[in-house]
Design a protein. Sequence first.
Length: 373
Amino acid sequence: MNIWSDKRVVLTLDAGGTNFVFSAIAGGIEIVESIHKPSNADKLEICLKTIVDGFQEVKNLLDEKPVAISFAFPGPADYRRGIIGDLPNLPAFRGGVALGPMLEEYFHIPVYINNDGDLFAYGEALGGILPEINKKLEKVNSPKRYRNLIGVTLGTGFGGGLVHNNNLFIGDNSIASEVWLTSSRLFPERFAEEGISTRAIQRIYRENTDEEQSEGLMPKDIYLIAKDENHPNNKAAKLAFEKFGNCLGDSLANLLTITDGIAVIGGGLSGAHDLYMPSVMSEIYGQYQTAQGNKQDRLVQKVYNIDNENEYLEFIKDRSKKISIPGTDKSLKYDPEPRLAICSSKLGASKAIGIGAYAFALNAVNKNEKLKN
């Protein structure tokens, strides 16, 4: 499926706790000017009417009938059935709200709802870094191809999604890849998000400075302090991002051990990758010890940080050699280095989520049409 040449239209929604942003996508790009509406997060009836009205207004702008509605919505949720659970940032949703079925009844087209971390990963897998890498490998005549991707988002929380062979891995309860609740080697008593989030950077910075005004600083402010070598709190700011990177690297090392795929990082904090990535790679390149004190590399695979152009060139280099098939006069190509790549999103989280929502809907529509035929 080539999402860039597919001209079918899908209605989308960016659902935040304060505002809802409605749009439509065709060929992987937005085709209308987005419509913004207040979420009315504490009034269910008004909130649901806002969602219907927003999609209807976008639909009225289109010349072509949309084939589906597809969007990210906060969890917990039974995403497969479109039922939303008890949401902290949208308090009107309590006790199970059949949002997807309601929209299907109104618009008479299929509705697909997913987690934003899942759709970020799906967008990168189908329209972002994964096809880019495979295209470059094909260009250098390498036999390697990548079909697995773990995507993580960094911001007020720590989100994630996993894609295998163009399929989003959702899990039996629609809550797979909840990376925020994984454990932390650096802070064993805490879950991962406590070290990989906006509040983590703020906390570590506050703990290492005496300034009262540090209380209200956001990560972007702390980033600027870290870049200013003459600032009195420069070391504290650098340490905040260093520890953040250690925690992220620890989580990514565990995820890569399980997924054996490409890792892509998005979200608001990914813009500070120049400060945290050295610590990320230090964790990934780290070692464990056996009970006898012997060293063991943390990962079997060699991991390249392909935000660095030189490492990207090394990563895609064809290391293949010809090996003979025993008992025959035939040979084949073999690349002996198991390797993975990690990078920041070039699409950006918002665009990747939109592409993911679009691709997920088209893929589901295609499968349903095949079943009918």
